[in-house]
Design a binder for this molecule. Structure first.
Ligand SMILES: Nc1ncnc2c1ncn2[C@@H]1O[C@H](COP(=O)(O)OP(=O)(O)OP(=O)(O)O)[C@@H](O)[C@H]1O
Ligand SMILES: [Mg+2]
Length: 330
């Protein structure tokens, strides 16, 4: 399978300011050396507890952190394959990034705050078309109607405002907007977390249908492994800025190897009789602050199978069986 994106040793550090002069006194290592490939047409699920760097990873890939946060430091490579050309998105300035903004789109968690309440649905979906394409007004109108139908809404909805819609419908509008520029990659940052469980499956199913139709690659971010399990081809588990395990979705879900992945799965009630229930690991305590990230393996402070050397050496991702795991003890 062809790679569409290669992320290499990506790091995101936010400055922490303090004291009377608000000098930089520390930094948050939000993403701390993440590498992975995204294949054409695949869905990579990214899971982990709150604060482990999932959103920072997504935002770094679409190169919006610099515009959002003063003083943020991003390093590493984000290699995007564009018709046989390799472009390192991490090296691009805001204006250089422009032609690629339409190729990589993001869908956000909160369908309430991510849509401008003063714009009609038509204006919301049209906006990226106006910025990124040369369509005429009538072509844009036709595109909007077409996109509304593709996400299960109708032409009548185009002149209404976001507040007139339910959460699930708003997320459909967000999806239509993201797809309007015909992206190659969509980064969905907890797209269903704010929705009722009954609506979650509908939106996920829609995203799966659209993936086929638009030939998309997805990075699908979630807290919960059970949400990404069915839509993902592979799953990456993140802890404090690092991927600790990455592999085929069903393998990671049914038989997680890293102690953190196992703990994360133990926390999820699983109706699945085939899943391994023995050796459940309780996840105790809070995630340590990424400002004072523990030395060595960052999980060692909470790990039930910790060894003396775990606080000294940072474990690398190593191929074990059918996946890669960052723990020498499994
Ligand atoms: N703009 C910012 N300035 C300073 N620190 C930030 C900023 N954005 C995120 N962080 C910090 O970076 C770390 C990673 O945050 P991030 O939002 O990427 O995590 P997350 O995995 O998406 O969490 P959640 O599941 O809660 O959405 C956290 O410690 C967070 O407090
Ligand atoms: Mg987040």
């Amino acid at each position: 399978m062809e790679k569409i994106l290669q992320v290499k040793d990506l790091r995101v550090r936010f400055p922490v300011h303090g004291g009377v002069l608000l000098r930089k006194i520390a930094e948050v290592k939000a993403v701390d050396g993440v590498s992975f490939d995204l294949l054409k047409g695949e869905t990579l699920g990214v899971v982990g507890e709150s604060g482990c760097g999932k959103s920072s990873l997504g935002r770094a890939i679409i190169n919006i952190l610099g515009a959002m946060n003063y003083g943020v430091e991003v390093s590493g490579q984000i290699l995007y394959q564009d018709n046989g050309q390799t472009i390192d998105l991490a090296q691009l300035s805001r204006s250089q990034m422009r032609p690629y903004r339409s190729a990589i789109q993001m869908i956000f968690q909160d369908p309430y705050s991510s849509l401008n309440p003063r714009l009609t649905v038509r204006q919301i979906i049209e906006e990226p078309l106006r910025i990124h394409t040369r369509y005429s007004a009538s072509e844009r109108r036709a595109q909007v109607v077409d996109l509304l139908k593709k996400v299960g809404l109708s032409e009548d909805h185009a002149n209404r405002y976001p507040h007139e819609f339910s959460g699930g419908q708003r997320q459909r509008i967000g999806i239509a907007r993201a797809l309007s520029t015909r992206p190659r990659i969509v980064i969905a940052d907890e797209p269903v977390s704010a929705l009722d469980v009954s609506i979650q499956a509908q939106v996920i199913n829609l995203m799966q249908e659209l993936q086929e139709e638009f030939d998309l690659s997805y990075i699908f971010i979630a807290h919960d492994l059970s949400v990404v399990r069915h839509i993902s081809d592979r799953i990456a588990v993140m802890y404090l800025g690092n991927i600790v395990e990455i592999g085929p979705a069903e393998k990671v879900y049914r038989q997680p190897l890293h102690p953190y992945s196992r703990a994360l799965l133990s926390a999820v009630p699983r109706p699945d009789p085939k899943a391994t229930h023995e050796d459940r690991i309780p996840l105790t305590g809070d995630v340590p602050s990424p400002i004072r990230k523990p030395s060595g393996c960052a999980f060692h402070t909470r790990c039930p199978v910790v060894q003396p050397s775990c606080s000294e050496e940072v474990p690398r991702l190593e191929v074990k069986q059918d996946r890669a795991v960052a723990c020498p003890w499994v």
